[in-house]
Design a protein around this ligand. Structure first.
Ligand SMILES: [Zn+2]
Length: 125
């Protein structure tokens, strides 16, 4: 049995955690969760631990929608951008940072799965 996860789109978490939501350049909340917020550690990783503990689960599949890689102006992204020495006002850098964030998410998620249950198959679509 494959356990599936739609990344960033979670209406319940969006409603409960505005601090995890993406923001547009005007600071308005977008109805998608940011991969640089605590959402990943508080929701995705516990979900992976729970799923991997089920003997019937033989694979994890993550669907990453396009909005996961959209440039974001939330507090977590601002902090990461600053720490990386990037220009907060440079849209191209911000776009690249957002795509890099998705790549990092995939890498960390695969590593986490391997740590939780070695050999567990993980796919991203
Ligand atoms: Zn963000």
């Amino acid at each position: 049995m494959k356990a599936r996860c739609l990344v960033c789109r979670d209406p319940v978490q969006v409603a409960q955690h505005p601090g995890w939501q993406q923001r547009d350049s005007a600071g308005r909340l977008r109805p998608a969760l940011c991969l640089n917020s605590s959402y990943v550690a508080k929701v995705i990783w516990p979900w992976m631990t729970h799923s991997a503990a089920d003997p019937a689960c033989d694979a994890l599949e993550f669907e990453i929608p396009a909005e996961a890689g959209e440039p974001c102006w939330c507090d977590a992204c601002e902090l990461h951008l600053r720490e990386a020495g990037l220009d907060l006002n440079d849209l191209a850098q911000r776009k690249q940072f957002a795509l890099d964030s998705v790549a990092r998410f995939r890498k960390e998620t695969a590593a986490y799965a391997e740590a939780v249950r070695p050999g567990l198959k993980v796919t991203f679509t």
